[in-house]
Design a protein around this ligand. Structure first.
Ligand SMILES: [Zn+2]
Ligand SMILES: [Zn+2]
Length: 336
């Protein structure tokens, strides 16, 4: 089979590899569509360190080509849940498998999905409803990330919430919040992303400068604030924007230190929650459900579709060198 192998910084190359063989409990999935995520770009540029060579990619849908010893039938259409906790460590046993320190993740430290085929534990593939097409289903994984954040935030209908950072993940969060009846404010550095958020139902938008001092926007306050920009300044703005007694849910994976002033944080009685990926299988199944019901359409975020593995390196390079954002979908099987 062919796959995108990262062999060094920004060195993504189409390579011929042996077809994967399922280990015990695994199924082999033929990939039909894959999504390029911000974390793939971070792996590509070396901002996120991995061991080379590595087959990249983690957002993917396709069909079972080798069911191994599982109960799946060949040709079953599936979405892959690409994070594989160990299930045995103390963190997993305490119910926090999403942050398992021994977790394996496709395209990070497990062969990824920018490939014709990938072998994954059968427990981590989910059959797709017959009427759900691949174009929507490929957005289930990033949507599960948003739904998990929404769940830990304890948002309820009618709540006022703020979302800081409206890249693809932030916009999925906006959709999920609007669908749950929340009233959404958003802040971003780019007007076109604010326009996208308004189109998805955000009521109020705020264009912020890159060096905006947190707290300058007195009217930009909410009891629940999500940080999905992955920037230190965005987390500072989120902390400044939360009302007394409020909670800040951080999804962004920024590596720079953000400032937290205890006097302000403690006096306002804030709660800060880090929300990483999703709980298996709960959030993933919820995402499949809301997409198949048509309540959320992740495909609205796709800004570009490219065809074939050979188009992936150029797409990664383009995403790495521009800050336009948007979601690139890769069509790996134009017959399906
Ligand atoms: Zn992702
Ligand atoms: Zn574990």
């Amino acid at each position: 089979m062919q796959a995108i192998v990262l062999e060094g910084l920004c060195q993504a190359i189409v390579r011929e590899l042996p077809d994967p063989e399922p280990a015990r409990g695994e199924v082999v999935v033929h990939i039909a569509r894959a999504g390029i995520c911000g974390s793939d770009v971070a792996v590509f540029t070396g901002e996120r360190q991995v061991e080379y060579p590595l087959v990249m990619g983690h957002e993917a849908v396709g069909y079972v080509v080798n069911p191994g010893d599982s109960s799946y039938a060949s040709e079953t259409r599936v979405v892959i849940e690409p994070n594989l906790p160990c299930g045995a460590c103390r963190v997993c046993r305490r119910g926090h498998a999403n942050v398992c320190p021994s977790k394996r993740s496709l395209g990070m430290n497990w062969p990824g999905a920018f490939a014709e085929q990938v072998s994954v534990p059968a427990e981590y593939v989910h059959a797709l409803p017959a009427d759900l097409d691949y174009e929507e289903a490929v957005g289930i994984e990033p949507l599960a990330v948003a739904l998990h954040a929404l769940r830990v935030s304890e948002v309820t209908e009618g709540d006022h919430v703020a979302v800081i950072g409206c890249g693809a993940e932030g916009l999925l969060l906006v959709q999920a919040l609007v669908a749950s009846g929340a009233r959404v404010l958003v802040a971003d550095l780019r007007e076109e992303r604010l326009a996208a958020a308004r189109a998805l139902g955000a009521e109020r938008t705020l264009l912020v400068g890159p060096n905006e001092r947190p707290g300058e926007e007195a009217d930009f306050c909410a009891p629940i604030v999500f940080e999905s920009a992955g920037a230190a300044k965005a987390l500072e703005l989120a902390l400044a924007s939360a009302e007394p007694g409020g909670r800040v849910v951080a999804l962004g994976l920024g590596a720079d230190a953000a400032k937290l002033v205890p006097l302000s944080f403690v006096r306002r009685g804030l709660t800060l929650i880090g929300s990483l990926i999703y709980e298996h299988p709960l959030d993933f199944q919820h995402a499949i459900h809301v997409v198949s019901e048509g309540k959320i359409r992740p495909s609205t975020l796709v800004s570009q579709t490219v065809t074939g593995l050979e188009s992936v390196p150029a797409a990664l390079q383009a995403l790495a060198t521009s800050d336009a954002g948007g979601k690139v979908m890769v069509n790996l099987d134009s017959h399906r």
